[in-house]
Design a protein around this ligand. Structure first.
Ligand SMILES: [Fe+2]
Length: 313
């Protein structure tokens, strides 16, 4: 169950500058009575059939490309404006059409963010096509780092880790890495999945410089509550699918009772912040429903928050 105090202090706000763009998520055309009658004509029936196929294709490949901005204290000047591509909860296999994964990878390659963060659940369960993970993510042309999710642990964490590292993606299982971005060092800390009980925040932060800005990957959003307080950390998570079937006041209450009180978007808590993506897969174009929780790929821009100026004596 969630911590009452943490719920009281957590704040949920749409990040400034968030300008979602829709990739292939079109509106279903409204059929007037007149148009419905006209469908009796064979040519129009074929046209309508083609339209429906187009709609199915759009739903299979569609996602929302969001562009939030996060202000991070003490960020290196060279990293002001740094763009992170955030891709999570892909659930490769029958629950996510491959064409959506390909469209997401294409969108990231076209946008050319500085780095891509992958925050877990590449697969759903045993029997799903593990070999498709490196096939599909190997098409990324942007440096990427990753953590695992609960479904990865419940399926085959060792194989997924090996395959991701084989295509050049570091998998951070309670450890950190330092990446060179725009010619300057940036520490990225990966906390392993908390839902399956593999998280160890202390291990993940071992050896990380305390005063440098640090970005944190963690599949499960409540890991935010376990981070060192007032550290100016920016954390990136997935797992919740934005509620999957989102009814305001109902879905969030249900998730909160299950310990998931950070559902989607931007939060601040105890001097750190969190972005929760709705994730790419698990529904839409498969038999699983998603409602008011469209698949998401995020392009997150970091802005440098200057340290306070010291007072003159
Ligand atoms: Fe998950």
């Amino acid at each position: 169950m969630p911590d009452d105090a943490s719920q009281q202090t957590a704040q949920h706000a749409a990040p400034a500058g968030s300008q979602p763009r829709r990739h292939g998520l079109g509106r279903r055309p409204f059929l007037t009575g007149l148009a419905a009658a006209a469908l009796a004509a064979p040519g129009l029936r074929a046209q309508r059939r083609d339209e429906r196929q187009r709609e199915r294709d759009e739903e299979a490949s569609g996602f929302e490309l969001t562009t939030p901005e996060l202000a991070v204290a003490g960020l290196d000047e060279a990293h002001d404006g740094l763009v992170i591509g955030h891709l999570t909860d892909i659930h490769i296999g029958p629950r996510t059409p491959d064409q959506r994964v390909l469209a997401a990878v294409d969108a990231l390659n076209a946008a050319r963010p500085d780095i891509v963060f992958l925050t877990g659940d590449y697969i759903t369960r045993k029997g799903d096509p593990l070999e498709r993970i490196p096939d599909l993510l190997g098409r990324l042309q942007v440096p990427a780092v990753a953590v695992l999710g609960n479904h990865d642990h419940w399926t085959d964490a060792a194989t997924i880790t090996r395959d991701l590292e084989r295509i050049g993606i570091a998998v951070l299982r309670n450890r950190h890495t330092v990446v060179q971005v725009r010619g300057r060092a940036l520490a990225v800390v990966g906390v392993d999945d908390a839902v399956s009980g593999h998280d160890d925040v202390a291990d993940a932060f071992k050896g990380v410089a305390r005063h440098a800005p640090r970005l944190v990957l963690a599949h499960s959003p409540p890991t935010l509550d376990a981070l060192p307080p007032d550290a100016g950390l920016a954390c990136f998570s997935g797992h919740t699918h934005g509620g999957q079937i989102f009814v305001a006041g109902v879905t969030d209450a249900f998730f909160s009772r299950a310990g998931q009180h950070y559902l989607r978007g931007h939060y601040r808590h105890q001097g750190n912040q969190l972005y929760v993506s709705r994730g790419l897969g698990f529904g839409k174009g498969s038999t699983l429903p998603r409602m008011n929780a469209d698949p998401e790929v995020a392009l997150i821009t970091l802005r440098r928050l200057s340290p306070p100026v010291a007072r003159q004596a």
